[in-house]
Write a protein that binds this ligand. Structure first.
Ligand SMILES: NC(=O)C1=CN([C@@H]2O[C@H](COP(=O)(O)OP(=O)(O)OC[C@H]3O[C@@H](n4cnc5c(N)ncnc54)[C@H](O)[C@@H]3O)[C@@H](O)[C@H]2O)C=CC1
Ligand SMILES: O=C(CO)COP(=O)(O)O
Length: 400
């Protein structure tokens, strides 16, 4: 039975951009045609890649979707030609997606809000429109990262920006490249919320024949993993940029799993979350997937470009760049030895090169990194770390 799935998808799913094969229906299109749900209104914050993909997923499920855009050309392109002129340009958008420049119009009568604005821009963005957001309207956050200066997760950033600790907020995460959602290829994701009913309600809104959803109440785990995998994807990209192979990438990603476990668990994540779609799933996607923007930053660093060149030419957000210093500081605060985060931090700062970073990671004593540590030696110093224990844990009992 399972063996038949790939060929079934090959027949149903378009191989190229949606416009190229209008006669071939994807499963997502099928859902659009057959969805029994009453059309309700969703407002999407952010008209970038993920906002556009979320709009499309929900529109295919029968919702009336309004994207709150900030650029006139994007707004006009969506309303007149059913295309986003800057992001995912090859895909026609469903007719029940439209755009507004006015937050007031976009939010009017919305039953659900999807937040796809980069982490660092969230506070200012929300503070400006909080008076238009009803306190009972659920917000689904899709942004993955840590706030650079406050070190906060989005579960703290959003309520703080709204000044409302009780706003219902859920978190969409997992291995979900925007482009592949547009294709309608089978995808799995997690909706996390402390309120189980909210998580189930949100999951029901997103679920479709091509999007399988799980719910979780481990908001911290989902968020920390979603933020940290962006840092590790930069490191994995560096390996490719240096011209190295899959032995090296797999070494790095496996060590990243151990490191992510230690950092995330110290911040309150549950172990089962870290082996799920929002943890390992997303880490694998972004570390190995050519579509990852974070990985692309790493590839370019590995090839010898510097951060000013890379940031100057990037048109889409790579959250790992701003998350790395925050992750570094958080790990340090909790006394956790996180050599991969530390290496990426120093490479992004221009303190060391990607080659230095790799050599330091291969060196059991990690001398290159220790010369750049600004924290007291006893926090990240070798004294409390067992670099031979493959589990990455530092307790005696973990030694083989
Ligand atoms: N693209 C993807 O495949 C996925 C992205 N995400 C997450 O979704 C979030 C958004 O990512 P993308 O949409 O891909 O990024 P993007 O760079 O494609 O788009 C970001 C959008 O935010 C808007 N924006 C930026 N600063 C703003 C501000 N100050 N005020 C108002 N709007 C502002 C931009 O105009 C743009 O429309 C990120 O946190 C990312 O990690 C999550 C899963 C997959
Ligand atoms: O989070 C993502 C997929 O789940 C997208 O990762 P990038 O931001 O690295 O493209």
């Amino acid at each position: 039975m399972l063996g038949k799935v790939p060929s079934a998808f090959a027949r149903l799913a378009p191989r190229h951009a949606g416009a190229a094969r209008p006669a071939i229906r994807s499963l997502a299109t099928l859902a659009e045609e057959t969805s029994p749900r009453r059309a309700r209104k969703v407002c999407i914050f952010g008209s970038g890649s993920f906002g556009t993909a979320m709009a499309t997923v929900l529109a295919r499920n029968g919702f009336n979707v309004v994207i709150l855009a900030r650029r006139e050309d994007i707004c006009e392109g969506i309303n007149k030609n059913h295309r986003n002129v800057s992001y995912l340009t090859g895909y026609p958008l469903p007719f029940n997606v439209r755009a507004e420049l006015s937050a007031e119009k976009a939010l009017m009568d919305a039953d659900l809000i999807v937040h796809s604005i980069p982490v660092q821009a969230t506070t200012e963005f929300l503070e400006n429109i909080v008076h238009l957001i009803p306190p009972t309207t659920p917000i689904v956050n899709t942004s993955k990262g840590l706030h650079t200066t406050t070190l906060q997760l989005m579960s703290e950033v959003i309520p703080a920006a709204l000044g409302r600790p009780n706003q219902p907020v859920a978190f969409f995460s997992g291995p979900t490249f925007a482009k592949e959602l547009m294709e309608g290829w089978p995808t799995g994701a997690v909706i996390a919320a402390t309120d189980k009913k909210l998580a189930q309600h949100v999951a029901a809104s997103f679920r479709s024949p091509s999007l399988r959803l799980w719910t979780s109440d481990d908001v911290v785990g989902i968020e920390v993993a979603g933020a940290l995998k962006n840092v590790y994807a930069i490191a994995a990209g560096m390996v490719e940029g240096l011209g190295l192979g899959l032995n090296t990438t797999s070494l790095l990603v496996t060590r990243a799993v151990a490191e992510m476990n230690q950092v995330a668990r110290a911040l309150g994540a549950r172990p089962d979350t870290l082996v799920g779609l929002g943890g390992m799933g997303d880490l694998m996607l972004t570390s190995y997937g050519g579509l990852s923007r974070n990985r692309t930053v790493g590839v370019r660093l590995g090839r010898g470009e510097d951060m000013s060149e890379i940031m100057g030419s990037a048109s889409e957000v790579a959250e790992g760049v701003a998350t790395t210093p925050a992750a570094y500081e958080l790990a340090s605060k909790h006394g956790i030895h996180a050599p991969i985060i530390e290496s990426v931090h120093h490479v992004l700062n221009g303190d060391i090169t990607p080659v230095d970073a790799l050599m330091a990671l291969m060196d059991q004593n990690q001398e290159v990194l220790s010369t750049h540590r600004s924290e007291p030696e006893n926090i990240l110093g070798q004294g409390n770390v067992d670099t031979d224990s493959e589990t990455g844990n530092i307790s005696e009992s973990d030694r083989a």
